[in-house]
Design a protein around this ligand. Structure first.
Ligand code: ACM
Length: 547
């Protein structure tokens, strides 16, 4: 009886080519095609010293498999089992080997992350509802092809940034994003929490940040059904409580995603300054949270005011307490410094610190924030203007080992960063700014850009220069990130329409060896993943869907 089922499964599984995105490093199909069918009662055994984190993940895997397939897993001792998990310290940090044979699946890995990604690959060969851990048919044939996958990511940092300031996305929307990131083995969620249009995170020491800073008197909206319309009433209060943050941090951690929270300073701070005008360069003025999109305010933090700097330190301190991950982000992009140049107090500070330029005040400020993060054992990220703006001073950033997120002139910025020993993450405006219009046609909804940042452009972008960098510099290109600004994106549906499928292209850039990448095959896998995206209720761009 069992043999008959295996044989039946064989033909079906081999009718379709493998559908795992990001494409693994190495896949060997068996010479004799066959399948493994998940039994309705299956056993999992472990070998080697499995840590508690791995065991939690394995239990969650069994719970989700039961919900999705009705198949019940049980842990047992000894190697005679359906799924054998083996700790093997010789594997890379996030690497694994998944061997599927007709009667047993074996998974080898060194770390909890390796085990998790191996199980993700196993699930990715099943229907979409199983991949997503959603309920589905209970008596179906959950078979996967026999093969051996030997896998590890190209980069340790595979990120997605979401701006929740320009428009706010509730906890459930964030979880929906984290779910799809996990399917595609992305491991960093960079959360852009503050900007001119809204302060979106509760800071206990400064309650007005959210009482005042999370509400604008109106808001310019945009989505795929209507171009630019006014909300027509106060937008907010919209922010995440510290309770929400804990919930999201936990949800992300279960998916092996670290959160990198960003508070953008010392520019892009209108929402904070509206709440605490005393920290601006003109404390006598009144300020409003911005309702216009896009835009960039000249009103910035007054770094010559010790109370303003202490405010920034206190905010970073609370972030470090709230977020357990190894890094936080201080922003540092697009900061016009006219107000510093026209301020006697800033002039005096520049002289006192013997700084060559006013811009170096920003470098000093970033160095101060890095000290707060370091006191919590954390590193600091900043946008590339922190080293590429004219007059910036690299010394405080080098001292603190600040990591550079390269977006504008991304490659030149990364060269500068890595030639000075600083780590870079590549997220170029254009190919990796996946809030931009993805297709150049009349009926495309309004978004940033002319419409030439298509899936193919995103996919074919190579993040690391192929010549003219030293091996030492090359080793500092630590990863890639898809970045999503929401000036023109006010709804979950429109967010997903622009984000998908380009997020998958960046996920593959982050994971798959560059010599294995192949756009037509990627498009084929994306087409196969429509079933998954539909099962998860995701909206996505249809431009590369086969007719
Ligand atoms: C940015 O796009 N301003 C980082």
């Amino acid at each position: 009886m069992i043999i008959a089922i295996v044989t039946l499964g064989t033909a079906k599984a081999f009718a379709q080519p493998l559908n795992i995105t990001p494409l693994p490093k190495q896949v060997e199909m068996r010479a004799e095609p066959a399948t493994f069918r998940l039994p309705s009662k299956y056993t999992i055994a472990t070998q080697g010293s499995m840590d508690s984190r791995t065991m939690e993940d394995v239990k969650r895997f069994m719970e989700q498999m039961q919900l999705s397939t009705g198949c019940r897993g049980k842990l047992k001792d000894g190697a005679k089992c359906d799924i054998l998990l083996t700790v093997d310290p010789s594997f890379e940090e996030e690497g694994y080997q998944l061997k599927v044979e007709p009667r047993q699946v074996t998974l080898r890995f060194a770390t909890a992350a390796g085990c998790y990604y191996g199980l993700q690959s196993l699930r990715k060969m099943m229907p979409g509802h199983v991949v997503l851990g959603k309920p589905g048919p209970k008596k179906a044939d959950y078979s996967i092809p026999c093969l051996t996958i030997t896998d590890a990511p190209r980069f340790g940092y595979r990120g997605f940034m979401l701006d929740v300031s320009r428009h706010f996305f509730p906890v459930d929307d964030i979880k929906h994003v984290l779910d799809i990131m996990a399917v595609y083995k992305m491991n960093r969620f960079h959360w852009h929490l503050t900007d001119d249009q809204g302060w979106r995170i509760e800071i206990k020491k400064y309650p007005k940040l959210t009482e005042i800073g999370s509400v604008s008197e109106d808001m310019l909206m945009n989505d795929e059904t209507r171009t630019k319309y006014w909300y027509g009433k106060p937008y907010g209060p919209f922010f995440y409580t510290q309770e929400d943050v804990r919930d999201i941090v936990q949800y992300a951690a279960e998916r092996h995603i670290e959160i990198i929270p960003e508070v953008d300073m010392p520019g892009h701070m209108m929402a904070a300054i509206a709440a605490y005008p005393e920290f601006s360069c003109h404390p006598d003025r009144t300020y409003k949270v911005w309702k216009e999109n896009p835009g960039l305010s000249v009103d910035i933090l007054n770094v010559s005011n010790p109370k303003a700097v202490q405010f920034a330190r206190d905010v970073v301190e609370e972030l470090c307490q709230m977020f357990p991950g190894p890094e936080i982000h201080i922003g540092g992009d697009e900061c016009p410094i006219m107000q510093w140049e026209n301020s006697d107090a800033c002039k005096a500070m520049k002289e006192q610190l013997a700084l060559p330029t006013f811009r170096a005040l920003q470098s000093w400020f970033i160095g101060e924030m890095a000290k707060v993060a370091a006191a919590h054992g954390k590193g600091l990220f900043a946008w590339n203007e922190s080293i590429t703006s004219e007059g910036s001073d690299l010394a405080p950033l080098q001292q603190a080992g600040v990591k550079i997120m390269c977006w504008v002139g991304a490659q030149a910025a990364a060269r500068k960063a890595t030639s000075h020993g600083l780590t870079s993450i590549i997220t170029p405006i254009g190919p990796y700014y996946i809030n931009r219009k993805q297709w150049n046609s009349e009926d495309e909804p309004f978004a940033a850009g002319p419409g030439n940042d298509s899936l193919s452009v995103t996919y074919n972008y190579e993040p690391v220069p192929e010549t003219d960098i030293t091996p030492q510099m090359a080793s500092l290109y630590k990863g890639v990130q898809a970045t999503f600004w929401t000036e023109f994106v006010a709804t979950r549906s429109y967010l997903e329409y622009l984000m998908l499928p380009r997020l998958l292209a960046v996920a593959e850039a982050g994971w798959t060896p560059k010599e294995k990448k192949n756009f037509p095959d990627f498009v084929r896998r994306f087409n196969a993943d429509r079933e998954l995206l539909d099962a998860g209720g995701y909206n996505y761009g249809k431009h590369y869907i086969y007719k």
